[in-house]
Design a protein around this ligand. Structure first.
Ligand SMILES: C[S@@+](CC[C@H](N)C(=O)[O-])C[C@H]1O[C@@H](n2cnc3c(N)ncnc32)[C@H](O)[C@@H]1O
Length: 287
């Protein structure tokens, strides 16, 4: 898929299908014995009839060679660690009295339905309209009820989005550097003192290049539009912690490799290869 500044998608296409991929990774973790993070809605969200073909494509790609199976295991573990990190950020923030939570690029994130929010919590989920409609409708079919006041807001985050950011995950590689600067600036401008941000930061990780190299060296397994590297921007290398730190936010950077070791699920690199590819988990508090 060729990216442009005004491209759009639904749950089955382009960037939208990456929401299905990460939900499939959470579903796998939830099925495992003793999961690090149990997203019991992930399986429901990837099992709707209209996703059957996409789901089969994802499964067959991951099963297509021992190397892909190894990547799959790494990705399941990494996403378990990442889900655990953002879950804890949300529940800690909620326990500390934060009542408004904004999830940018929420995709098939089910935190509004599964986390133990304190009373009076409102969760705003922002993503493309078709992605959020798919999630709301699918969970309604299963009579799932949010555990907070949930407000899905269908919007393109490159254009206009209304509310302060408390958390974003799995979004930044899908935005150009300019769009990231815009979003960070909007977050800063709209955040009251005491606001918190959490983000997954791939800046400097060389992830897109590593995927491209792996793809070049791989045996083709057939036509597919499922490669996240295709929908990432080449210039999307803005260091989130530096950005917020230089504007007076108190930032902390957690190396995802250390966190995965701490949690007993070591992932030393997201992908096979000589150079480790990994993300940092960033938190920031506004003074
Ligand atoms: C890899 S998924 C992650 C979803 C979710 N954060 C999770 O971890 O399950 C990326 C998400 O970013 C959303 N996204 C990317 N760029 C966006 C934009 N410009 N506007 C709205 N949503 C966007 C996609 O629709 C997709 O749901």
């Amino acid at each position: 898929m060729t990216r442009s500044d005004d491209d759009s998608w639904d749950i089955l296409t382009g960037v939208g299908s990456t929401a299905v991929i990460v939900a499939a990774l959470r579903a796998e973790e939830a099925r495992s014995p003793g999961p690090l993070a149990r997203d019991e809605f992930a399986e429901l969200l990837i099992s709707a009839p209209q996703l059957k073909e996409l789901r089969e494509t994802i499964s067959s790609e991951w099963a297509s060679s021992p190397e892909h199976q190894e990547d799959y295991r790494r990705l399941v573990s990494y996403h378990a660690v990442r889900t655990h990190f953002f879950d804890r950020f949300c529940t800690d923030s909620s326990a500390a009295g934060i009542e408004q939570v904004v999830i940018l690029a929420a995709g098939l994130d089910s935190r509004a339905y599964r986390l133990a929010w304190t009373a009076d919590t409102t969760v705003y989920e922002l993503d493309m309209p078709e992605v959020l409609e798919y999630k709301s409708e699918t969970l309604a079919v299963h009579h799932a009820e949010p555990r907070c006041a949930r407000h899905p807001i269908g919007i393109d985050l490159r254009k206009d989005w209304p509310l302060a950011l408390r958390e974003h995950e799995g979004l930044l590689p899908f935005l150009s550097a300019e769009a990231q600067h815009d979003i960070f600036g909007q977050v800063d401008g709209l955040s009251a003192p005491g606001s918190r941000v959490a983000a997954e930061d791939y800046s400097g990780a060389g992830l897109k290049q590593a995927i491209a190299m792996q793809r070049d060296g791989a045996t083709p397994t057939g036509e597919s539009n499922l490669d996240p590297g295709d929908v990432w921007f080449d210039d999307a290398d803005v260091n989130c912690a530096d950005w917020f730190g230089s504007r007076g936010w108190l930032t902390e950077v957690l190396d995802s490799r250390r966190e995965s070791e701490r949690l007993g699920r070591p992932v030393h690199s997201l992908l096979r290869g000589d150079d480790p590819v990994f993300a940092n988990f960033i938190t920031a508090v506004k003074h």
